[in-house]
Write a protein that binds this ligand. Sequence first.
Ligand SMILES: Nc1ncnc2c1ncn2[C@@H]1O[C@H](COP(=O)(O)OP(=O)(O)OP(=O)(O)O)[C@@H](O)[C@H]1O
Length: 226
Amino acid sequence: MRALLELREVTRSYGGSPVVREVSLTVAPGQCVALTGSNGSGKSTLLRLAAGRERPTSGTVLFDGAPMDGDAPAVRAAVATVMDVDAFYPDLTVREHLVLVALAHGMGAAAHDAVAEALTGHHLTDHADLLPSALSSGLRQQMLLAAALVRPHDLLIVDEPEQRLDAAARRELADRLARHRAQGVAILMATHDDHLVEAVADRVMRLADGQPAEPAGDGRARENTL
Ligand SMILES: Nc1ncnc2c1ncn2[C@@H]1O[C@H](COP(=O)(O)OP(=O)(O)OP(=O)(O)O)[C@@H](O)[C@H]1O
């Protein structure tokens, strides 16, 4: 199947120092690639490059066969992200945020039912009329996940989606991402959660110092050049 996302020998340097080095990978519809590796190994940087939020110093990022441009309407319509950004409008409730996202992404009359379902699925129903500032950190993370998943998307790029979630919520997240993948969504995620990797990813790239490294020796088939 044709890749929806393709990185070709992508390098990103800051001040002359490369933090992502010649990484190549592909993600096709219905596939999930997990990026693992220790703190500072370059996972978040690679996700920003993949999402078109930053430009590579060298190499190419392609989305659906064309150069990735994170600002392009077609890309914004198809790519949902949960990155390391807590951006809320302080005067809108949880429900209003989700409705705004759903309507802005063209869901029209379907928005309200989809938001009601998302509130239930992310344990936000009892908090729907609160401002985000009143949520616990775990529920704020649920709101960020709900905002990304409630809207239509072909590619999901998520950076440590498990952060701040308790064990039960992490298991639910794994089930939810696996369902999205089964529905044909392509997923690129950085994670430190082994269960999430096992439950959702079909391929794993472990980064070390910005480069693909040998996978952890757990016996499961894994690839480093994707
Ligand atoms: N804008 C930037 N300017 C300079 N250096 C940066 C910038 N963004 C990231 N870095 C550096 O790049 C390296 C990789 O960081 P990155 O956040 O991509 O790692 P990570 O694997 O996501 O780490 P973690 O697991 O802690 O989230 C780090 O040394 C970081 O300090």
